[in-house]
Design a protein around this ligand. Structure first.
Ligand SMILES: [Cu+2]
Length: 111
């Protein structure tokens, strides 16, 4: 009895440590960056999703900038580099590329 309790407790602790609460509901969805475009341009995700932008260009560097929220621009992403952001609250999150203001995208978060 006591032994099984200890084992179950250890399993529960291990589960919590290996999967932080913030990521329990979420998956990671990829947005590619290629030919000066975010692909897909409009991405719909559920709350708790992490979005990962990956620069698929050979040469050009880009960033991810949620300017309208007043957030800091991501680091410049060079070829093959990526940047992540998690979205917990429903809403519409427009963003653009720092060095290329015409490169725009939207993350739509809805249950
Ligand atoms: Cu760019």
């Amino acid at each position: 009895m006591r032994r099984s309790f200890v084992i179950l407790t250890a399993l529960a602790v291990a589960a919590l440590v290996s999967s932080p609460l913030s990521s329990l509901a979420g998956e990671t969805v990829r947005v590619g960056i290629d030919r000066n475009l975010f692909q897909p341009k409009v991405l719909k995700v559920k709350p708790g999703t992490t979005v990962e932008w990956v620069n698929d260009e050979k040469r050009t560097s880009h960033s991810v900038f949620f300017e309208q929220e007043g957030r800091e621009e991501s680091d410049r992403l060079f070829s093959g580099e990526s940047w992540k952001r998690s979205f917990d609250k429903p809403g519409t999150y427009p963003y653009r590329c720092g060095p290329h203001p015409d490169m725009v995208g939207v993350i739509e978060v809805a249950p």
